[in-house]
Design a protein around this ligand. Structure first.
Ligand SMILES: [Cu+2]
Length: 190
């Protein structure tokens, strides 16, 4: 069965400010319309895929989005890809003795019937491994999401600042100030 995907709106060219590294985009240049990008696949509605800028030479990048299932049966997000990474994984975060750890979900992530699942920093997320290129704020990087039932969906991940906690174009509590970010100890379970 083929999957129909409609990309409704492009993101506004979000002016992503990243302290000293912000040289490319203009400050405050926010388009009038911040309607999030939405994709449809079967009974799923996928909103606002985004990623974060990476430091030079970083081996991994994260992917975030919201998936709502308007159908009467559950689906599962079982795979993902990112144009500039050798592979993609679906991860979860958990607290272990006060340390945030992440691990791959071997069976993917369930999207319950009638439910919404959010992938965001500090929670479920996509992890793109074997990054071949640096991700810069304002970039849009193509990728795919693979669902058990809805099939493969092509999306675009909009890159926010390196420390962003929300998608480009949305107000971020961190405001782009590195000094206000609390350091979260993190370990990658591999
Ligand atoms: Cu991860």
């Amino acid at each position: 069965m083929s999957t129909i995907v409609h990309a409704f709106r492009q993101f506004s060219l979000a002016a992503v400010v990243l302290g000293a590294a912000a040289s490319v985009t203009a400050f405050g240049a926010r388009a009038a319309d911040d309607t999030p990008v939405v994709y449809h696949a079967g009974s799923l509605t996928i909103s606002q895929p985004w990623t974060r800028a990476t430091p030079k030479g970083a081996p991994v990048a994260g992917g975030y989005l919201r998936i709502a299932n308007g159908g009467t049966s559950a689906d599962r997000l079982i795979g993902t890809s990112f144009d500039i990474a050798s592979k993609g994984e679906v991860h979860e975060m958990s607290m272990d003795n006060g340390v945030m750890r992440m691990r791959e979900l071997p069976k993917g992530l369930e999207i319950p019937a009638g439910g919404t699942v959010e992938l965001k920093p500090g929670g479920y997320h996509l992890m793109f491994v074997g990054l071949k290129d640096q991700v810069n704020p304002g970039q849009k990087i193509k990728g795919t999401l693979v669902f058990e039932k809805a099939g493969s969906v092509e999306v675009e991940f909009a890159a926010a600042a390196m420390n962003a906690t929300s998608p480009p174009g949305s107000p971020s509590p961190s405001g782009g100030h590195m000094d206000h970010m609390q350091g979260m100890p993190m370990e990658h379970m591999k």
